[in-house]
Design a protein around this ligand. Structure first.
Ligand SMILES: Nc1ncnc2c1ncn2[C@@H]1O[C@H](COP(=O)(O)OP(=O)(O)OP(=O)(O)O)[C@@H](O)[C@H]1O
Length: 513
């Protein structure tokens, strides 16, 4: 329930010749590269405009969209006839990206650059890198910047993100005062561990171990950086690794354990069946499955990572709502577990429990046919035959309404009488009659959100009801109608784009809004 005004245009940011070029799969790459438009981007054309028009040079790159319109099809900037409120935002660049980050700093401060080389020239003298230009113009200061970077990050990032940032700084920056940086930021980097560990030495070891693992994943050794000694630096671990420690610390609510006594017969039989296969402790998990799935993809953790260790130790893996998961994701986990466990049984011999209902939502296959969607489900996997099926058929959610519960089951099982092939008759009491005006929508809102005006501030009331819709435009329409029924005045919150005396570029736009 919010809007952004004025509209924002994302501005491309790239080093020379590193911009993206779109092409069709069937096109010849040499032809694509030779095409004149392939060498153009928002940034190169911004330089081009500065070469041609002196008035353009008064603007920063990010101010450009307020005065010029980007014509994406022709890849060119065109002066705006009417001033329309659109503002530009340079896409984010992390300091660890090096030159691209410094290019971003420069574009945010230098007006009228006519080329990358022009941007690299200070007082007529060519510099070797964008970083050097930033230093010459006083836009960055080395170690202080790193300290500022960590300090800024502590205000809005979680300790895990801070540890990653610290490791990144070590790898990508030639920081000279690493130990001071460590001492100053250790407390923020260990904040999450502090909840379960009060011993300072042990805390320091926990953070060090994380940093070691992060550095290792970037191909570096923690011993290079002069940090405090790591007790288990040789790998003879006195401690478990982070993933295992965290999961072992998860406390299960008594309330949840007590649910066991309420299980119905089917549920109890299923529970016993599963527990027969499991001896030790439960563990739910996340697997770092890659987004692009192929028949050979593997999970994104290495065999010696914390995640692999956690999976090795897990007695049970639960994967819920598997009906909407592409089978390739499950097959990826199968391959990875076989690899980790060095065992060719399905899932490397681990007990995996899948929950789901194929009568509910199936996987999303973009513009897929019915056959392609079905093919993406676990039902079509080589694994399906090997999976033991436990069926839960009693509807416990609607048990106070046996008629509705039976009705849903009949629809799910395809035994409810249909009109044509696809339509079923809905009971009158859940239908709102359609008329050509706003009346049905108003009635829907009143049925789902009765007395909205008086209840709008109740968290319980607002969080236990929702209206679902098929299209965004309907959602926007419903939102507008509902907001107009809210008590109180509408408020507009403004964000700030820059801090006036921020000469060191400590507060980037992304941080401010
Ligand atoms: N044995 C039981 N006794 C009482 N209530 C139960 C029992 N089993 C389930 N329920 C209730 O039924 C509702 C549905 O349970 P649950 O979410 O576990 O079902 P589900 O099959 O996973 O649902 P979905 O199809 O949405 O995934 C919950 O409110 C739960 O508390």
């Amino acid at each position: 329930m919010f809007g952004v005004s004025p509209a924002v245009l994302q501005l491309q940011l790239h080093l020379p010749n590193m911009h993206t070029v779109a092409f069709q799969a069937y096109e010849n790459l040499e032809d694509v590269v030779a095409r004149p438009s392939s060498s153009k981007s928002m940034l190169t054309e911004y330089f081009g405009m500065n070469q041609k028009y002196p008035e353009a040079r008064k603007l920063l790159y990010r101010e450009f969209p307020e005065h010029y319109r980007w014509i994406a099809g022709n890849k060119k900037w065109q002066p705006r006839k009417y001033k329309r409120s659109q503002i530009g935002r340079l896409v984010h660049a992390h300091p660890a990206e090096g030159e691209r980050y410094y290019l971003r700093v420069l574009l945010n401060h230098v007006r009228g650059a006519t080329s990358f080389d022009d941007l690299k020239t200070v007082n007529g003298k060519a510099c070797g890198s964008f970083k050097e230009v930033c230093e010459q113009l006083g836009l960055i200061e080395d170690d202080r910047t790193l300290d500022d970077c960590m300090t800024e990050a502590t205000t809005f990032q979680m300790p895990t993100a801070l540890r990653r940032l610290f490791a990144t700084i070590l790898v990508f920056y030639e920081a000279t005062q690493i130990r001071q940086l460590w001492d100053k930021h250790l407390a923020s980097m260990s904040e999450d561990y502090r909840r379960t560990q009060s011993n300072e030495a042990a805390l320091e070891q926990m953070v060090l171990r994380d940093i070691r693992d992060l550095l290792q994943s970037m191909g570096k050794d923690i011993k290079l950086y002069g940090l405090p000694d790591l007790v288990d630096a040789d790998g003879s671990s006195n401690f478990d690794n982070t993933e295992v420690t965290e999961k072992r610390q998860v406390k299960v609510d008594q309330e949840h354990l007590d649910l066991f006594s309420c299980l119905n017969n089917e549920q109890l039989a299923g529970f016993n069946d599963i527990m027969d296969h499991v001896t030790n402790q439960k563990s739910q998990s996340r697997f770092k499955i890659p987004i692009k799935l192929t028949d050979n993809s593997m999970c994104g953790f290495t065999k010696h990572s914390g995640m692999a260790e956690l999976l090795k130790q897990a007695s049970l893996i639960i994967w819920d709502e598997v009906a909407m998961t592409k089978r390739q994701a499950v097959e990826t986990l199968d391959r990875s577990l076989q690899d980790i466990m060095e065992c060719s049984l399905p899932f490397g011999g681990k007990v995996v429990v899948f929950g789901g209902d194929f009568r509910q939502v199936l996987p999303v296959v973009t513009r897929g046919t019915r056959a392609q969607i079905t093919d993406a489900t676990l039902l079509r996997s080589y694994l399906w035959q090997k999976i033991r099926k436990i069926r839960l058929t009693r509807n416990m959610r609607a048990q106070t309404d046996p008629w509705f519960s039976e009705y849903l089951l009949r629809i799910g099982n395809g035994t409810e009488e249909t009109i044509g092939d696809d339509y079923v008759h809905l009971p009158e009491d859940i239908v709102i009659a359609y008329t050509d005006d706003d009346e049905p929508i108003n009635k829907l809102i009143e049925d789902v959100f009765p007395s909205l005006h008086t209840n709008a501030r109740s968290r319980e009331y607002m969080s236990t009801r929702a209206i679902l819709s098929t299209k965004n435009e309907h959602v926007d329409d419903l939102n507008d109608k509902m907001i107009s029924r809210f008590p109180g005045e509408e408020k507009v919150y403004h964000s700030f784009d820059y801090i006036e005396d921020d000469f060191q570029n400590n507060y980037t736009i992304d941080f401010l809004n």
